[in-house]
Write a protein that binds this ligand. Structure first.
Ligand SMILES: *Cc1c(COP(=O)(O)O)cnc(C)c1O
Length: 427
């Protein structure tokens, strides 16, 4: 029996994975959540590789999708090392490195898998168009994951002069089926243009779809690395720390635990953006504008996946998840401290999680295994790493190679007309 999905807002007709993935958002504006979470097969932790484990975990979810096993192997074809730290306060702390995919952040898991699932479920002869506004890791992961997929075209909007040099090189690397649009405006302008396109008559025949973390198809593959931490670590149970922004990663973890991965407790590690830790602590919490920080991929004032978490856990949420906020000075100190005490170079997002480890140990008196999700490669943030450690991170080959590739992009003003023209829709 394939898993069916309902909207987080109403108990309307259950939908298949194909519908949920192609629609992105439910018609009533809610987010798709599974009607039930299938229990993991007994054998999951005995898998002999990450790819085998990923398939064991995803098989019930992709039931009925043609070529699903090959799809999973092809999408998740990189390593997920579990690195134990040692020294000082870091014993029994493990870093799960989620940044060994082609664009060096955990967004590769979701984007690569979603692209292949969409290619598989799209209606015969119908071309899909994905639009994403990005200021961070999602854009390059989506561009890379969707490039060259049959019948799928991607338009990538990013604000001119407001992404880092490394990010821009990653965004404009030429890829088949991908158009990078350098928008003369802010990130909010980019988002406004994307939202507008969904109700713009010119885009009516373009079969628009979304690839951000409101899409359930991005979250399913993210369950797999929670299992992988236990496969490699052999833990009976462990606390998992998730550096969080939109809460997609954490939601995937909650689904993994529902499926039977023995996660004792979650820690939602946030930067200065206050909403979720305040909510968990029972204080009056309001969603608001985002605050800019050094861990910019987590600068979210109103996390979109909160609604999905709420639909899955309701009032049980505070029992499953503990949260904390880490400010920028503390993030820099933690990067420095971890480097001095263990030699490990963490990106600023991962450092927010590492600081949360110490706070969790102190407040909960827990000395058992803790796993911190390392969400991005430190070389994606060379300026911050240099500020914290006084040395620049080593540049991985994947980034070095981009220096020699001439980028391809179209500059447009922040208007709907310019967007339609650049993408050749509505003639
Ligand atoms: C996207 C991102 C996050 C936040 O993940 P959410 O699923 O939005 O909570 C954290 N770190 C990095 C590096 C990211 O790219």
């Amino acid at each position: 029996m394939p898993v069916l999905y309902r909207s987080s807002r109403t108990e309307a007709t259950p939908r298949t994975l194909a519908d949920a993935v192609l629609q992105g958002l439910a018609p009533d504006g809610g987010l798709y959540v599974p009607l039930n979470v299938p229990t993991l097969p007994q054998k999951w932790a005995k898998s002999t590789s990450f790819q085998a484990l990923a398939w064991a975990m995803l098989e019930p979810w992709l039931d009925g999708l043609h070529g699903a096993e090959a799809l999973v192997h092809d999408a998740l074809n990189f390593d997920v090392p579990l690195v134990p730290l040692s020294g000082g306060a870091w014993n029994n702390v493990h870093v799960l490195e989620l940044f060994h995919g082609p664009t060096l952040s955990f967004k590769d898991f979701g984007a690569r898998t979603l692209a292949r699932v969409m290619e598989g479920v799209r209606r015969e002869g119908e071309a899909l168009r994905i639009l994403v506004a990005t200021s961070g890791d999602t854009g390059s992961a989506v561009a890379d994951g969707f490039a060259g997929r049959e019948g799928v075209q991607v338009g990538l909007l990013y604000p001119a002069g407001q992404v880092s040099p490394v990010q821009e090189r990653q965004l404009i690397a030429p890829r088949p089926g991908v158009t990078a649009l350098r928008v003369d405006g802010t990130f909010d302008d980019c988002q406004r243009l994307v939202k507008g396109a969904f109700s713009d008559a010119r885009f009516h025949d373009a079969h628009l779809s979304s690839a951000n973390s409101i899409n359930i198809g991005r979250l399913l593959p993210q369950m797999t690395y929670y299992g992988e931490a236990f496969r490699q670590g052999g833990f009976n149970e462990a606390v998992v720390v998730v550096p969080s922004g939109n809460l997609g990663n954490l939601t995937a973890g909650v689904m993994a635990r529902m499926a039977g991965v023995p996660i004792r407790h979650f820690v939602a590690a946030h930067n200065a953006n206050p909403f979720f830790p305040a909510y968990l602590a029972g204080s009056p919490a309001e969603m608001g504008r985002s605050i800019q920080t050094l861990s910019n991929a987590m600068d979210v004032g109103a996390p979109s996946n909160f609604e999905r978490l709420n639909a899955l856990l309701g009032s049980e949420m505070p029992g499953w998840i503990w949260g904390t906020n880490v400010d920028d000075p503390t993030t820099l100190n933690t990067m420095r401290r971890v480097y001095d005490e263990t030699g490990y170079v963490a990106c600023p997002h991962t450092a927010v999680g590492l600081e949360a480890v110490q706070r969790y140990r102190a407040t909960h008196g827990y000395n058992g295994p803790m796993v911190v999700l390392a969400t991005a490669h430190p070389a994606k943030f060379p300026e911050v790493v240099e500020q914290a450690l006084g040395v620049a991170p080593d540049e991985p080959e994947l980034l070095r190679a981009l220096r020699d590739v001439p980028g391809a992009y179209t500059s447009i003003p922040a208007t709907a007309d310019a967007l339609a023209q650049a993408l050749g829709v509505g003639g």
